[in-house]
Design a protein around this ligand. Structure first.
Ligand code: ZN
Length: 363
């Protein structure tokens, strides 16, 4: 490079870099529309509506599980919220697992799904019960790539509905309880899902491989891996699968806390490399139908308040700069560019779930 060119290049960098940064003003929290793509809101609560409108957010209400006999009840509540406000409460459905050993199972499951799609469901959730709970008549755990489900997956691919897949668990479920783990409180209070020392259960790797096998068998099925695809401990493993399976996407629900424990530059690089493949979500549950007593208004407002704090803390991590506090720990904010935030917070969910993007500005 000759001296003249070098001087020009230096001048270009010296001028252009600050200009680029100045042009990229930080978007305001309420300005970017947000979709919580993994939400369980099963009651009509004015405080939730008010919060979502105020912070420019809508949720995708997830009906799950398929193995407790309450699918129709969940569907009714999700549907009533959707009919009340289709903008705020799009919903996904799931399929019944209880009659899986009866003749005509997949035909019935597909007929149910088609009915739900007619009512407005935008996708289908499959839950960890497939892999670590339900068993065949011979007493073997049924893995998610079991051929019994193939007609269902093929149908979803055909009608263009994504499979939202919470399969396996965080790797910590297979490890000894560790008070420093971000999943310690869950596994210490839900021992039925803590699989360490229970060799009869499939391994984490076996369930992840089965999930990957679905994507390989059904390459046009859009798969959204819930909770970082249960690879919260392995950003390289996530990237490898995003490379290998063009139909694979992930969402961050209940795993932002895991991201904050990785080096922020590495997390940021993942978002910059796969801006069209990562979706925002929180996985907060409000399910009075599972409680013995109806909640009080104070509890409803309390849930709205904690949800707002969660959304704000997430935003500070993904969109903020410098140091921020997440779950009581000091972490480095990701400072994601606006274009990436727009994909992550709403455009990817709008595309995958074919949501009406015309809700911008509706408050
Ligand atoms: Zn969930």
């Amino acid at each position: 490079m000759n001296a003249h060119l070098l001087r020009l290049t230096l001048a270009f960098h010296a001028v252009s870099l600050p200009l680029t940064r100045a042009a990229e003003t930080r978007p305001a929290y309420t300005e970017i529309r947000k979709i919580d793509c993994h939400s369980h809101i099963f009651e009509d609560v004015a405080a939730f509506d008010a919060l979502f409108r105020r912070i420019n957010l809508r949720t995708i209400n997830v009906c799950v599980p398929g193995g407790d006999g309450r699918l129709e009840e969940m569907d009714r509540v999700a549907l009533s919220l959707y009919r009340k406000d289709p903008t705020l409460y799009p919903f996904t459905t799931t399929f019944n697992l209880l009659d899986r050993d009866q003749p005509g199972y997949t035909d019935r499951a597909i007929a149910w799904l088609d009915g739900a799609f007619k009512r407005g469901a935008v996708g289908v959730k499959i839950w960890k019960e497939v892999g670590i709970e339900i068993k065949s008549p011979a007493g073997k755990f049924i893995l998610p790539d079991d051929p019994i489900f193939d007609p269902i997956y093929a149908h979803l691919a055909k009608v263009g509905k994504p499979l939202h897949a919470h399969l396996a668990e965080p790797i910590d479920a297979w490890r000894p309880l560790d008070p420093d783990s971000s999943h310690y409180s869950y596994y210490s209070t839900n021992p039925q899902w803590h699989l360490y020392g229970k060799p009869e259960y499939p391994s984490h790797a076996a369930i992840i491989a089965a999930r990957d096998h679905i994507m390989q068998k059904h390459p046009t099925l859009v798969v959204l891996g819930a909770h970082l695809g249960s690879l919260e401990h392995d950003l390289d493993g996530i990237a490898a699968r995003l490379d290998r399976y063009p139909n694979f996407h992930i969402e961050v629900a209940a795993r932002t806390r895991n991201l904050t424990r990785h080096p922020s530059e590495k997390v940021r690089a993942l978002f910059l490399k796969y801006p069209h493949r990562i979706l925002y979500g929180v996985d907060a549950g409000w399910m009075p139908l599972r409680r013995p007593q109806p909640p009080t208004d104070a509890q409803r407002q309390g849930h709205a308040n904690s949800l707002e704090l969660r959304y704000q803390a997430d935003w500070d991590y993904y969109a903020g700069t410098g140091e921020t506090t997440y779950n009581g720990r000091k972490v480095q904010a990701l400072n994601l560019p606006r274009a990436v935030l727009e994909q992550f917070y709403h455009a990817n969910a709008e595309r995958l779930f074919k949501l009406d993007a015309a809700w911008a500005g509706k408050k």
